[in-house]
Write a protein that binds this ligand. Structure first.
Ligand SMILES: [Zn+2]
Ligand SMILES: [Zn+2]
Length: 347
């Protein structure tokens, strides 16, 4: 089969590799589409310790069941359209016993530790199949919409902590695919006003075009003042940092009012993660700051339900589509921050 094989930093080659076959407990999928995640781009440009070349990356997988190994339960059928949950728990640690697989102390992941979806076929390991990671989707759902489920599931994990209510004032830092998904969720939850801040006008144009809130360009300016002014001078109830910028975390803390909730959704560069903050502000104003890492199975099911509805412009999220042969062009688009979601058509 054809696959995009990662041989090292900035060295991905489309080549023929042996076709996987399903052993006991395993399932092989024919990949319809695999979206390019920010982390796929980061592996391409910087590498990652649990992606050992030669490797096939890509975890935002939509496919059809091609082959079912012996002993697979759960009613999967050949030809069934599915998506795949990325994280596989060890099954033994305290988090796995609580079914919090994304917090597992020694988790593994599709597209990192196991071959991923930038290929014509992908084998889902038995541990993932047993955990329930192969999730059936309606046959009528477009692969493009289904490809949004994985990133949206991560956003829903972060949103769970925020508990946004109708009428809550909300601000999001970052108008990339993740920021726009958070905006979609907060819009659906009735937040008003809903401000999306970014430093790039092309990204902010999507906010307006999709009707996902009020775009505010914070380039070269005092971001806090600009955002406050755009929101009519009042502070916010919920804030999400959907960009890898430490200053956005500090700004979010300054922008929330009493009982404000903040999701530090995006990680920031490892070499400088310490943030000096006014802990008395957190104390006296009852501010809550939450982390978020990947997602768990229930978030995939929630995301699937969300993308199956038409109240948000999901069909417009996929702005770029490339054939597997042209995956380097896809990386270039993502690296340049163009468009929203870039997907690879693997057939
Ligand atoms: Zn992803
Ligand atoms: Zn575990």
């Amino acid at each position: 089969m054809k696959a995009a094989v990662y041989h090292g930093i900035r060295d991905v080659r489309v080549q023929y590799v042996p076709m996987p076959s399903a052993g006991p407990g395993e399932v092989v999928l024919r990949v319809l589409l695999c979206a390019v995640c920010g982390t796929d781009k980061r592996i391409f440009t910087h590498g990652q310790k649990n992606v050992v070349p030669p490797a096939i990356t890509g975890h935002e997988i939509v496919g059809t069941v091609h082959q079912i190994g012996p002993g697979v339960g759960g009613g999967l059928q050949v030809g069934q359209k599915v998506i795949v949950a990325t994280v596989v728990g060890c099954g033994r640690c305290v988090y796995c016993r609580r079914k919090q697989y994304n917090l597992c102390d020694s988790f593994t992941a599709l597209g990192y530790d196991y071959a991923g979806g930038f290929a014509e076929y992908v084998k889902i390991p038995a541990s993932a199949v047993a955990q329930g990671n192969v999730i059936a989707i309606p046959g009528s759902m477009s692969p493009e919409r289904a490809a949004l489920v994985e990133p949206l599931s991560c956003c829903l994990n972060g949103q769970e902590y925020l508990g946004a209510q109708p009428g809550d004032r909300a601000v999001i830092f970052g108008a990339g695919p993740i920021g726009l998904m958070h905006a979609g969720i907060l819009k659906a939850r009735g937040c008003q006003p809903l401000i999306v801040a970014d430093m790039v006008d092309e990204r902010l144009a999507y906010v307006r075009e999709f009707g996902l809130g009020l775009p505010v360009n914070t380039a070269g300016a005092e971001a806090v003042e600009r955002i406050l002014k755009a929101g009519g001078g009042e502070k916010f109830d919920v804030a999400v940092t959907a960009c890898a910028v430490k200053a956005a975390q500090a700004d979010a803390l300054r922008l929330v009012r009493k009982k404000g909730r903040i999701s530090f959704f995006a990680g920031i560069p490892k070499d400088d993660p310490i943030l000096g903050i006014d802990t008395n502000h957190i104390h006296y104003s009852e501010i809550s700051v939450f982390g978020c890492f990947a997602s768990n199975l229930q978030h995939y099911h929630q995301a699937l339900e969300m993308v199956s509805r038409d109240d948000l412009p999901w069909d417009r999220f996929v702005t770029h589509k490339f054939k597997l042969d042209d995956i380097l062009q896809a990386y270039a688009v993502v690296e340049a921050g163009q468009g929203i979601k870039t997907v690879i058509d693997c057939q």
